[in-house]
Design a protein around this ligand. Sequence first.
Ligand code: CMP
Length: 135
Amino acid sequence: MTQRTLVLIKPDAVRRGLVGNVLSRFEAKGLTVVAMEQRHIDAAQADAHYHEHVQKDFYPPLRDFVTSGPLVALVLEGDEAIEVVRAINGATDGRKAAPGTIRGDLSLSNRENLVHGSDSPESAAREIALWFPQL
Ligand code: CMP
């Protein structure tokens, strides 16, 4: 089934010059870029995006990180796009993510893990509406 998913190419990827590397993996897989924009978000947008994590111990440094510089937000579309993107991204912790995935190849961190992908159809709908209300 064709799905849309919200992806963030996080500030660590922008700082490290990895936007093209990350984006090319999604494009090469056959996913379509429906919308894409570079943004430098504030704490309110971080809290809205990560509302389910706001109370967690790891959240304050995560908020600092995602607001620390520009990121690239995009909506990708394709068959089973939500699961496909999560497989391409790899496990949350870059130290444990499988080689061949974005995080497995390029991240050594549980926080600075380069990308975010919606984790369910419900999350995708909520996150796309938050980031790209015009879609
Ligand atoms: P993401 O897929 O964007 O979803 C939540 C984010 O929180 C995650 O990627 C990581 O950047 C971060 N995160 C999740 N768990 C931890 C943790 N235990 N310690 C630090 N950061 C975390």
